[in-house]
Write a new protein. Structure first.
Lengths: 204, 313
């Protein structure tokens, strides 16, 4: 009798490359899909949190992005890298969220509670930041100033700035991901940095 | 080219997006134009301030999200197309999932209840991996290894059974220590590895613990585990071998969060003149080549604190 566990272990050997994982996931291998998710999901969540500054929205983006990947993985034909394909999905969902927000006015991460104003982002803040109260306070003040500046950007400017500055993606890849040119991404980045710098003027 | 044009290129220069000739031209202009040099300095300050406000999702939040996606994909239409004919999974997993999650949970609950009625003793465990079906009954874990239907319409299922038991004791207890070190090799469960590291990092600091922490930093596939192991190594920060290994990790680890933490680790001994000498070369390489701007900014700051130049001569 075939040993299913043995076969599974062999298929999921650590040396399996990304293309192998994708093909296995396309064939319905749940573990391969899980490993693909775990390769990228931290950076997906980071993008969503930085862009949307709301843990609930970040979680929605995370779920929706990976569900779309799961449902559409069979249509992935290796025409571009998996990374670019995934980020195209993530950025589209983020753009939708940002555009909806623009329509119903920017949603602040600070909410009023019975105990006074609470920043929802603080509820998911890193333990490391709390270890240093001075740094934490500075980060909070800075965070709210930067959030204010980000509100002045268009959704696309915000996305390009996030991907270039925080995620370290090349402008060429950002252009590909957003379905535009490198030049357009460059112009977006330029406008975004201009607006951000104007907003943070007194700190520079 | 006029100063206006150079100043427009500052962000591109900082992000390493200028082509080599344009970069040379930019540097040459900067070396003799006070106005642009001042503007460049302001941009670096802006870049550093913005980087400081980056949000890193904490591990528990990531774990929550992973759990939610794991539940949702288990009922995805991809593997349940025949069921989809009578029940609209598309509706359940449509574009706006926010309010549908509780509905999905209810459906799962109902399926679980029905399953339990039909197959007592074969209940999927919460958090079970998709590689194997595990059951838990009175501390027993069963892992289905193979399913083989025969010609008579019957099926043979091979099951491995493991009994679970709780072991408690002092963290200093050698048996507990041994189990904690074993837990670090639990490949399929990063959560267990993090929990084990959390206990180990505050416990006894013998050679085995030191080696296990270092191995986790270098080899663990999960960045959260690597970061927790780095926390544990703090008490060995003067150890030359650890510092040397971490210098390599700094150049090879794929996760910017880990690289940031390694920089913090390696630059924490401000009073030690030798630390500067050992780390400057690595920081200079990163400032030039790291693909993450936050890491490059951090290296830049660290080099400034060490009174070292950014470039090599």
């Amino acid at each position: 009798m075939q040993n299913a566990a043995g076969a599974m272990t062999a298929r999921l050997a650590p040396q399996m490359d990304e293309a192998g994982l994708i093909r296995a996931a396309q064939d319905g291998d749940g573990d391969a899909f899980e490993r693909l998710v775990r390769t990228y999901d931290q950076s997906v969540l980071r993008i969503a949190m930085n862009l949307l500054r709301s843990p609930e929205d970040a979680r929605d983006v995370y779920q929706e992005a990976f569900l779309r990947v799961y449902r559409n993985l069979n249509t992935f034909r290796f025409d571009c890298s998996f990374h670019t394909w995934l980020y195209r999905i993530v950025t589209n969902i983020c753009l939708d969220h940002l555009r909806k927000r623009k329509v119903r006015k920017e949603e602040s991460s600070v909410v009023e509670t019975g105990d006074g104003p609470v920043d929802r982002m603080d509820q998911v803040a890193e333990e490391a930041a709390h270890a240093d109260p001075e740094r934490h306070l500075w980060n909070r003040q800075l965070g709210s100033r930067i959030t204010g500046c980000l509100e002045s950007l268009t959704p696309r400017e915000r996305l390009v700035f996030e991907l270039r500055h925080y995620q370290g993606m090349r402008l060429r890849i950002i252009g590909e991901t957003l379905g535009t040119t490198e030049e357009a991404a460059k112009n977006c980045l330029f406008r975004a940095t201009q607006k951000m710098r104007a907003g943070l003027g007194d700190l520079l | 080219m006029k100063c206006d044009s150079f100043q427009q290129e500052i962000p591109l220069y900082v992000y390493g997006e200028l082509a080599a000739p344009a970069e040379d031209l930019f540097e040459e202009h900067l070396s003799h134009c006070g106005g642009c040099a001042e503007e460049f300095k302001k941009y670096r300050r802006f870049s550093s301030i913005v980087s400081d406000a980056a949000e890193e999702p904490p591990l528990w939040f990531l774990a929550e999200c992973r759990q939610s996606i794991s539940h949702l994909t288990e009922i995805s239409p991809k593997r349940t197309q025949s069921i989809g004919k009578t029940f609209s999974w598309e509706w359940l997993l449509g574009s706006s999932i926010g309010f549908k999650v509780p509905v999905g949970a209810l459906v799962l609950l109902a399926l679980g209840f029905l399953g339990a009625r039909l197959m007592p003793g074969l209940l999927p465990a919460v958090g079970a991996t998709s590689a194997t079906s595990r059951t838990m009954q009175a501390g027993m874990i069963s892992t289905v290894r193979s399913v083989q239907p025969d010609a008579n319409g019957r099926v043979q299922i091979d099951v491995d059974e493991t009994r679970r038991r709780a072991i408690s004791g002092s963290v200093q207890d050698p048996e507990i220590q041994r189990l904690l070190l074993t837990a670090l090799r639990e490949e399929s469960n990063a959560g267990v590895r993090v929990e084990a590291l959390t206990v180990l990092k505050d416990g006894k600091s013998d050679a085995n613990v030191r080696r296990a922490l270092l191995e986790a930093v270098v080899h663990d596939p999960n960045p959260g585990v690597r970061m927790r192991a780095l926390d544990g190594l703090k008490r060995f920060e003067a150890d030359a071998e650890i510092r040397k290994t971490l210098s390599q990790v700094l150049l090879t680890d794929a996760n910017p969060g880990v690289r940031m933490q390694v920089i913090d680790f390696l630059t924490s001994r401000k009073d030690d003149p030798q630390q500067g000498e050992s780390i400057v070369g690595v920081l200079q390489k990163l400032v030039e080549k790291d693909d993450n701007s936050y890491v490059r900014q951090r290296c830049h700051r660290a080099l400034q604190e060490l009174n070292a130049s950014e470039g090599t001569f």
